[in-house]
Ligand binder design. Structure first.
Ligand SMILES: Cc1ncc(COP(=O)(O)O)c(C=O)c1O
Length: 451
């Protein structure tokens, strides 16, 4: 195989490739050489603790031999078949997924990742319902293709407007720490807080006309936009509104699925079965690209005599399917969902301790191994350490400190995301938190001491 000197990896990558989500002149990629467990190493031998599972996707951890072997075996046996053909991994993965997904989500349409899973879920919902509008939330990310970007509520959508898919209407998220409706009464009960947001959604349904709304698309637990965990009753309330008004519920579990929250899928915390559920990332733990739309039998049945007018060359790619089968088996054999729930308690405690110690911590949130630290300049006013859709010298300095000290994670405006591989141990969590503890002194210095 063509090879090169390790020192050439970075300059050649910079010279010939075009980088996503970046100005080409300002990228500074880590040249990664290898990865194992919860760590990865750069070409100079520097080790990083991966507190973000790369792109919130390597759920079972790096370098898992059982998945690598399955990929090799599938590549040797049958690396590709046309999407219209049946194959052993297709047969096996469908069966396995039907076992781990809730309710009668028993049919699966395979895609290449999360964005096109959401695109296809929208197509299915529109065709099935005969209606066109999609309601989605502002603090959401659903992918970077035109339809998924239109559904995305966060500012990543704005650069591509107005040439995105039409028919999306956004509504507000039940984000308690920065709740629009409760600035003057932040101590409102959980029940009333939840009700206010369900009433808000119902009002929008009425204004838009339920007869025009195909689906409500939500991240069950909001990911990049800050680990926003729905209050008790919210998800059931959304499900009830969907049932009352004849609207389909699409749960985007691209990030929250596959053990991340301490259940196979986050909807299971609240006993809700969506009509369509999208997944990707943890589905193969990123050992190969794959997404899927799980659908209720009734939706699949609708297409028994009707053609589903869509598809992709790499739909149900056998190598990706083999990676998914092996990933699910690893999760089952090693009880990783249970482990994530257990370690989630440790993460929760570590986050609380950090919050008590550092005045710059406005709020911490977590469910399973899905956590966030929201940094503020002032706990009373809740002024964020970086503005909406922006950054600040302090956030840049914190990120640099963490990288310098071998801790890799994502930051989102004023929020630090903690999304480690599910195999992480208590000691490894503590190791990362010791570095975070030091880094937060940078944030503490920015805290306003006056009222
Ligand atoms: C909740 C959610 N949905 C969809 C996507 C898009 O997935 P992909 O990047 O695989 O297209 C992401 C990616 O981060 C996501 O977090």
């Amino acid at each position: 195989m063509l090879d090169l000197n390790e020192e050439e990896i970075l300059p050649l990558s910079l010279q010939h490739t075009f980088w996503t989500w970046s100005a080409q002149g300002s990228v500074s990629p880590i040249p990664v050489k290898r990865a194992k467990g919860v760590y990865f190493w750069d070409i100079h031998g520097k080790r990083y603790l991966d507190f973000n599972s790369m792109t919130m996707c390597v759920n079972i951890g790096h370098g898992e031999q059982r998945v690598i072997d399955a990929i090799i075996q599938q590549a040797q046996e049958l690396p590709y078949v046309a999407p219209a053909m049946a194959s052993k991994p297709r047969a096996l993965l469908g069966k396995l997924l039907a076992e781990v997904t809730p309710g009668d989500l028993n049919r699966f349409l395979f895609t290449l990742g999360g964005a096109d899973a959401n695109e296809n879920a929208i197509k299915l919902a529109r065709a099935f319902s005969g209606k066109h509008k999609i309601l989605a939330r502002y603090r959401s990310y659903h992918g970077a293709t035109a339809g998924a970007m239109a559904a995305t509520g966060d500012p990543r959508r704005l650069a591509w407007e107005p040439n995105l898919m039409g028919g999306v209407v956004h509504f507000l998220d039940p984000y308690r720490y920065r709740s629009t409706f409760h600035r003057t009464n932040p101590d409102i009960s959980e029940e009333d807080f939840c009700l206010d947001y369900l009433n808000h959604l119902e009002e929008i349904i009425q204004y838009e006309g339920p007869q025009t709304i195909a689906a409500i698309l939500i991240e069950t637990v909001t990911g990049t936009n800050g680990i926003l965990i729905p209050p008790p009753g919210y998800l059931q309330g959304v499900r009830d509104l969907c049932d009352r008004y004849g609207i389909l519920l699409i749960a985007d579990e691209v990030m929250s699925g596959f053990g991340r929250t301490g259940e196979w899928f986050a909807v299971q915390h609240w006993g809700v079965v969506p009509d369509l559920m999208t997944m990707a990332k943890g589905l193969t733990s990123a050992y190969a690209p794959l997404g899927a739309v799980a659908m209720r039998e009734e939706i699949a049945e609708f297409f028994r005599e009707r053609v589903f007018q869509s598809g992709l060359t790499y739909t149900a790619h056998p190598i990706s399917l083999a990676a998914a089968i092996a990933t699910i088996q690893v999760m089952q054999e090693d009880h990783l969902v249970e482990h994530a729930a257990e370690m989630g308690k440790v993460l929760h405690r570590l986050l609380n301790d950090l919050g008590e110690k550092h005045p710059s911590v406005g709020e911490t949130r977590s469910i399973g191994l899905f956590g966030a630290i929201e940094l503020v300049r002032n706990r009373r006013t809740r002024q964020p350490l970086a503005p909406f859709n922006g950054t600040s010298p302090e956030m840049i300095a914190i990120r640099q400190f963490l990288l310098d000290h071998g801790l890799f994670l994502y930051t989102h405006w004023n929020i630090l995301l903690i999304i480690p591989p599910l195999i992480i141990t208590e000691e490894q969590l503590a190791e990362g938190f010791a570095i975070l503890d030091q880094a937060l002194t940078i944030a503490d210095e920015a805290v306003e001491h006056s009222l």
